[in-house]
Design a protein around this ligand. Structure first.
Ligand SMILES: [Zn+2]
Length: 263
């Protein structure tokens, strides 16, 4: 009897979405401070402290936010609410978008505002895939992003040519624009994200093309991906998350979010 109950419970648990290792608020904030050592110095239960002395609240006191509210108005803690699965993983389940909740004040403070000269001041030029493509790209030097991308580029160069082809020509880095469905600044606005070869990319909104407004409501988005895992692994090792691990997927997109990768 007990064995039957155990089997029954196991079957029930298998139906639930995978429960990531639940982390306490303090563990999440420890990770955040560790992930940005140049920018952050400390945290307590309610705030983070930047190296220049700026103090920011980690919570906005709004509980029970919907998915859409989190996309539009994420607190610093909301940013880390959905754990990012590094390494091989199954296609994301509905509304699992780890990394798409971003607190705009946090990232503006970190990288600057692209509507002013702040972001431009920190741009440096690197050569993307010097042997295979060799074009200059401007990326931020904040948090060592430029240096990390140079290492990513060198590791991609060592891959088989058939895999490497997905990494160039790049579709873009700096773009001062909001994300289509959130109205919030994209990580491209900070020059801390890179889009690879458009020709092998899949994007959830393209999968919705041709559907009438309303028609897509509640309908599952079919998952698609052609980005090689080898490229994803390289980016993740250097602190970049991949848009292919989002239910609202964007498979050419990588952004620097070490707080979601650091163990
Ligand atoms: Zn992108």
């Amino acid at each position: 009897m007990a064995a039957r109950w155990t089997a029954c419970l196991a079957a029930l648990l298998a139906l639930l979405p995978p429960l990531a290792h639940a982390q306490s608020k303090s563990e999440l904030l420890d990770r955040l401070v560790r992930a940005y050592p140049d920018a952050l110095s400390a945290h307590d239960d309610t705030t983070i402290t930047w190296r220049d002395g700026t103090v920011m609240p980690v919570d906005d006191g709004v509980s029970g936010k919907s998915f859409d509210q989190m996309l539009r108005n994420a607190s610093i803690l909301d940013q880390m609410r959905q754990p990012y699965p590094s390494g091989p993983s199954a296609p994301p389940t509905q509304n699992v978008d780890p990394g798409r909740f971003r607190n705009e004040a946090f990232f503006k403070k970190m990288y600057g505002d692209c509507n002013t000269a702040e972001v431009r001041r920190n741009l440096v030029t690197i050569t993307w895939l010097p042997r295979s493509w060799g074009k200059p790209v401007q990326v931020t030097r904040v948090n060592g992003v430029a240096e990390r991308l140079k290492q990513v580029s060198a590791e991609i160069e060592a891959l088989d040519p058939a895999l490497r082809a997905a990494a160039f020509p790049i579709a873009g880095v700096l773009s001062c624009r909001a994300v289509a469905d959130t109205g919030r600044m994209s990580m491209h606005g900070y020059a801390a994200a890179i889009d690879l070869n458009l020709k092998v990319s899949d994007y959830w909104l393209w999968a919705r093309k041709g559907e009438g407004k309303g028609e897509s409501k509640g309908k599952t988005i079919p998952y698609k991906n052609r980005m090689p895992r080898e490229i994803v692994d390289i980016f993740e090792r250097h602190g970049f998350i991949w848009g292919g691990k989002w239910y609202h997927y964007d498979t050419m997109h990588f952004e620097y979010r070490p707080e979601l990768l650091e163990q």
